[in-house]
Design a protein around this ligand. Structure first.
Ligand SMILES: C[S@@+](CC[C@H](N)C(=O)[O-])C[C@H]1O[C@@H](n2cnc3c(N)ncnc32)[C@H](O)[C@@H]1O
Length: 280
């Protein structure tokens, strides 16, 4: 951590190569507000140190207790070339991770369909071939079942992931960025609209005390997801208004969505771009 705080790329590289109990992804919640090596290096603006850490497996989106990641600090401190570099890393990572998860899900669920289906995937058929060759929209998404599995994923009618629990840190980072850290503006508490409830991860985070918007509108188009929202009591929350239907533009302080290709897959790419564009 000390070498990262100095932006000493050579020392960081040496320590990571020789072991000595150092890991690029170490993060102690009690140390410097839960900071990470990448955050420390990003504060110094040392692109080389960040590059070495990322090459050794440092997560680009690790956040500290203020919900800030390396990109936030690089941006706050005006390290623009580092910001640009982190944007590239983040987008690439999201693309690769999304593609690999989609491929894995496709293999898993397709092979099990012949024996015992893990989920009720309704009728409809999936496309053959690599995921990259699949059409980027699922026009029948809304008319087919979705399925919440084990509390950590939401699958569509093809067994493709709509949302997964691993995206929580990314959602937390989004929340922090779009709500400006505290959820207040010069005129008081902000209002926020999230388009697409999914697993309600971003919405649960937005409901936390540090944000707690004056008005929190959630637009959701899928009947199965809407039913889950009602089951979970989202319609009873005092500052929440649910709009059951397809998204229409409205005038809010903050609009959040991560339903890119959504009808269509699991990558939070639009959210990623949105997040990055808000930071940078
Ligand atoms: C990737 S999930 C969102 C996950 C969410 N951000 C979370 O934190 O759990 C996308 C959601 O958008 C919904 N959706 C897709 N198209 C929509 C539309 N046109 N209007 C409203 N909701 C839509 C889907 O039913 C799904 O619930």
């Amino acid at each position: 951590m000390e070498a990262c705080q100095k932006g000493d790329a050579e020392a960081v590289s040496h320590l990571l190569r020789t072991g000595r109990g150092c890991s690029a992804s170490q993060q102690d919640p009690h140390y410097r507000n839960g900071s990470s090596p990448l955050i420390e290096a990003a504060r110094t603006g040392s692109l080389e140190t960040c590059r070495i850490l990322l090459e050794h497996g440092a997560p680009w989106n690790a956040i500290d207790k203020d919900g800030k990641c390396a990109g936030n600090y690089a941006s706050d401190l005006g390290h623009q070339s580092l910001v640009n570099y982190l944007v590239d890393v983040a987008v690439t990572a999201e693309l690769l991770l999304g593609a690999s998860i989609r491929t894995e899900m496709s293999t898993t669920y397709t092979s099990k369909e012949a024996t015992k289906p893990i989920v009720d995937i309704g009728t409809g058929s999936r496309c053959g071939g690599p995921v990259e060759h699949e059409p980027c929209t699922k026009s029948d998404f809304l008319s087919r079942d979705v399925c919440y599995v084990d509390g950590d994923k939401l699958l569509d009618g093809d067994g493709d992931a709509v949302m997964m629990e691993w995206e929580r840190p990314l959602m937390r980072a989004h929340a922090s960025v779009i709500m400006g850290g505290s959820g207040t503006s010069a005129t008081g508490k902000v209002s926020v609209m999230n388009v697409g409830f999914g697993m309600g991860i971003i919405d649960s985070i937005l409901q936390e005390e540090q944000f707690s918007p004056a008005l929190h509108v959630i637009v959701e188009a899928h009947p199965g997801v809407y039913a889950q929202m009602i089951k979970d009591g989202w319609d009873k929350k005092p500052n929440v208004r649910i709009v059951y239907g397809k998204c229409r533009f409205s005038s809010f302080c903050v609009l959040f969505t991560n339903m890119p290709r959504y009808y269509y897959g699991c990558v939070s790419l639009l959210a990623c771009f949105y997040f990055l564009s808000k930071i940078f």
